[in-house]
Design a protein around this ligand. Structure first.
Ligand SMILES: *Cc1c(COP(=O)(O)O)cnc(C)c1O
Length: 486
């Protein structure tokens, strides 16, 4: 049943509130408001409280979300976000403070930011942190601006940044936005950086190499030590896109692999609900020699003073502010609560479990879908729908058919180097039962492609809206429910 508009639920005289009898002098609205502000026909729905609650509860589950069912959207780390983190972020001492309050009145908040930075330093193997960037993409931009400031300070002009052909779209975008020229390095037959080609491309004009590890195929860049040497020998910096940190925590640290700069996606790895448009947080970690370029202010701690935590604006080589105030504070609180609740062994367990879950799915599904890069994977893997395409069924159709089974489809058509890509990231939050259920749906769809491809090509069949013209739907947003949709 399509959900009606709340206006269509309206019934004359029905009411959703009851107020106590008035105990102050009553006034006419026209005595309080100017005439032109008073609306003659205020058309509001007349509904009871239970009508309202049920209507919005139904609306809230029309769309897919991670609290409803499996959400294996590759690269996005759609893990379950513990509700207690929301409760903590809502505590008045965190939610009712103002960024312009004097430091002595917000020592707790500053302490939280300081300690979160310490944890991220330990997890990332880096020396300094800024919590300011509001997403991974903004962390990338900050990191590249730091790269640029670093070379400028060394009186070096460098114009290029190398990125692999499997990179996330934000990487080239950040490179261009920061004034550099992106240069692509190809992946080899194993889905890893072609180190020989990297060597050829890395000259005195290269400012940095941006690498995602594990890469977007879910494969660990096992040549990282050679890569590190090539990049540093040329005087360039090594940047890690840390979006896939969910595979590494407690196992290996970006700083120890030789990365100079790394961003964290707190909303992915450290449990903030995302996918609905934010807010996110993309802290950036750097090695000691780059700390002087961080955005201001940074949170620091004094010894032996009552007001121990303070904001330091005195970084002479700082790239300046990249975000209002100190970042998306609520997301920082959630990440802090999550890290504290998990502890170091818990974080390691997250990475190990996410790797085991992904390998279990991969090993089972490769019998039904083409696996372009055969190797153990990290926390995610990429299948290709090319076998199914021979039957005229595209990966997009498979994704739509999964909606009929009530799970969110994987990421599709990314990374770009795999045709008809299906990028699957189960995360650590899923039980064996939910993984098996997903396997069952995927096998069913593979059989449907063989026996009844039209069924898959015309999916979805039982979602609130059927197949949309996606461009038209986003350009000409229409959220009205029609009795007889065209
Ligand atoms: C998500 C993601 C990004 C961008 O991060 P946002 O927080 O969405 O800006 C960059 N690289 C990879 C590999 C990602 O998965």
């Amino acid at each position: 049943m399509p959900e009606k508009l709340i206006f269509e639920l309206s019934s004359q005289g029905r009411c959703g509130y009851s107020l106590p009898e008035i105990d102050v002098p009553q006034k006419e609205i026209s005595d309080i408001l100017p005439q032109e502000k008073i609306r003659k026909n205020l058309c509001l729905p007349e509904v009871s409280e239970v009508d309202v609650v049920r209507h919005f509860t139904r609306l809230s589950i029309l769309n897919h979300h991670v609290d409803k069912r499996f959400y294996p959207l590759g690269s996005c780390t759609m893990k379950y976000n513990p509700k207690v983190d929301e409760d903590v972020a809502k505590l008045a001492g965190f939610s009712d403070i103002h960024p312009l309050q004097p430091e002595e009145t917000v020592q707790g908040a500053l302490k939280l930011m300081y300690e979160l930075s310490e944890y991220l330093k330990e997890i990332g193997g880096v020396d300094s942190i800024t919590l300011q960037p509001s997403a991974g993409a903004q962390g990338e931009l900050a990191g590249l601006l730091i790269t640029s400031a670093y070379h400028r300070k060394n009186k070096q002009k460098r114009s290029k940044v190398i990125i692999p052909d499997s990179a996330h779209g934000t990487n080239p975008a950040s490179v261009v936005t920061s004034g550099y020229l992106p240069v692509q390095v190809k992946s080899n037959g194993k889905g890893l950086v072609d180190v020989e080609e990297l060597k050829k491309l890395t000259d005195e004009d290269v400012a940095a190499f941006m690498l995602t590890n594990p890469n977007t195929l879910g494969l660990f860049e096992s040549q990282i030590e050679r890569i590190e040497k090539i990049v540093h020998d040329a005087g360039a910096l090594l940047y890690m896109d840390g979006a896939n940190l969910n595979a590494l925590m407690g196992i290996v640290r970006p700083g120890d692999m030789g990365f100079d700069i790394v961003h964290f996606n707190l909303h992915k790895t450290f449990s903030t609900p995302h996918g609905g448009g934010g807010p996110g947080s993309g802290p950036l970690g750097v090695k000691r020699n780059l700390a002087c370029f961080l955005p201001v202010p940074v949170v620091e701690k004094r010894k032996n003073k009552k007001e121990r935590y303070f904001l330091n604006y005195n970084l002479p080589f700082s790239i300046g502010k990249i975000q209002a105030f100190y970042g998306n504070f609520g997301v920082l609180v959630k990440a802090y609560a999550y890290i504290r609740a998990c502890g170091a062994p818990g974080l390691k367990n997250i990475s190990e479990t996410s790797i085991i879950n992904a390998n279990y799915l991969m090993a089972t599904l490769e019998k039904f879908f083409y696996l372009p890069y055969k190797s153990f994977c990290m926390h995610e893997f990429v299948l290709s729908g090319i076998k199914q395409k021979e039957k005229g069924v595209r990966t997009l159709d498979i994704a739509k058919r999964l909606l009929d089974y009530g799970v969110h489809p994987p990421t599709i058509y990314f990374p770009l180097i795999v045709s008809e890509a299906l990028m699957i990231e189960p995360t650590e939050s899923e039980s064996k039962e939910s993984l098996d259920e997903f396997i069952e749906f995927m096998i069913k769809i593979a059989k449907e492609v063989e026996e009844n491809p039209e069924l898959v090509k015309s999916a979805p069949h039982n979602t609130p809206v059927l197949r949309l013209d996606e461009v038209k739907a986003s350009r000409e947003l229409d959220v009205r429910w029609e009795k007889n949709p065209k």
